[in-house]
Design a protein around this ligand. Structure first.
Ligand code: NAP
Length: 279
């Protein structure tokens, strides 16, 4: 049977249409859903990501406020910007673009974001709530992956899920989200031994390593659901997907799989934050 393509580009497109309608409904009630983006410094990739996020806001009729701070910004200065956005009632979501320059305490700044406006799911409190199954905005990449799995009705309960990578924004929350859906989860990282033996057991495999095609075709179990979160300039991901149709039961293409769902989830969660405001 042909592998199912988990088409994030298409799902994000469909979702944008419904977000657009809901934004319009909110505006009719006098609420203008607004995302504030904070960019510190001038890293070209970060500039591109922030631009893409603001362009998506525009497409769905949502406001975005761009805060741009110099490379030399201190932790205190960034905290002060975050605080003023926290106190701004017209702002429903705050995105602090990662990474920030090395002199800044990024964790402290993420955690300064008001939990109600943490639409990118970066605060420790948000992570804890999500992990405990309490209401929270999830970290956008893993939350987007979960939406894809749900849309394509991929069975998670009881499956062996292997997440390769344990970053705070991707691998760790991904593992918790799969666990919350009753998968049996293994997390691999740079000190994991016999990684290919573990990956070979994966019914659901998530590549979140940051190394081009790190996960080899031979390591993938027959009929696995293969999720590749990586994206590299050579237009490949973290998994060798060349002949994946003949091995997987379902897979995310690169590009057009996980990436579009990440931005879409950020915009969706900003809308949901604005919808909580009482009219
Ligand atoms: P990261 O912070 O660099 O984390 C990489 C993880 O991979 C770490 O936990 C690291 O382990 C692990 N790792 C590194 N080398 C390894 C090895 N040889 N064997 C096993 N594990 C290894 O990266 P990230 O931010 O999570 O991103 C991961 C990938 O996802 C990247 O390709 C990135 O571009 C992509 N990404 C995509 C989106 C999207 O929207 N599509 C969003 C975010 C990230 P240690 O913890 O032991 O160091």
């Amino acid at each position: 049977m042909a592998a199912i393509i988990l088409d994030g580009k298409n799902l994000a497109h469909i979702s944008e249409d419904s977000i657009k309608n809901e934004v319009s409904d909110l505006k009719n009630k006098g609420i203008n859903p607004t995302l504030a983006t904070i960019l510190v410094g001038s890293d070209p990739s970060s500039e591109t990501y922030v631009r893409m996020k603001r362009n998506t806001c525009k497409r769905v009729g949502m406001e975005s406020i761009a805060v741009e701070l110099p490379e030399s910004t201190t932790t205190e200065e960034l905290l002060s910007s975050i605080n003023s956005l926290n106190n701004n009632e017209g702002v429903h979501g705050i995105l602090l673009q990662h990474p920030v320059p090395s002199q800044i305490d990024e964790r402290k700044c993420f955690d300064a974001i008001d939990i109600n406006k943490d639409v990118d799911g970066v605060t420790c409190l948000g992570f804890g709530n999500m992990a405990m199954g309490l209401p929270a905005f999830g970290s956008c990449t893993p939350a987007g992956i979960m939406r894809l799995l749900e849309h394509y009705e991929i069975e998670i309960q009881g499956k062996n899920a292997v997440v390769v990578g344990r970053s705070p924004i991707l691998g760790k929350p991904m593992a918790m989200m799969l666990l919350n859906k009753n998968a049996t989860v293994t997390i691999c990282h740079s000190r994991t031994q016999k990684i290919e033996e573990i990956i070979k057991q994966a019914d659901i495999l998530v590549g979140a390593v940051g190394i081009p095609e790190f996960i080899k075709y031979e390591w993938i179990k027959d009929n696995a659901v293969v999720i590749d979160a990586g994206y590299h300039p050579e237009k490949c991901g973290d998994i060798d997907l060349e002949n994946i149709e003949s091995k997987a039961s379902a897979y995310t293409p690169v590009p057009g799989g996980v990436g579009p769902m990440t931005i879409n989830t950020l915009i969706l969660q900003t809308l949901q934050s604005a919808q909580k405001i009482k009219t």
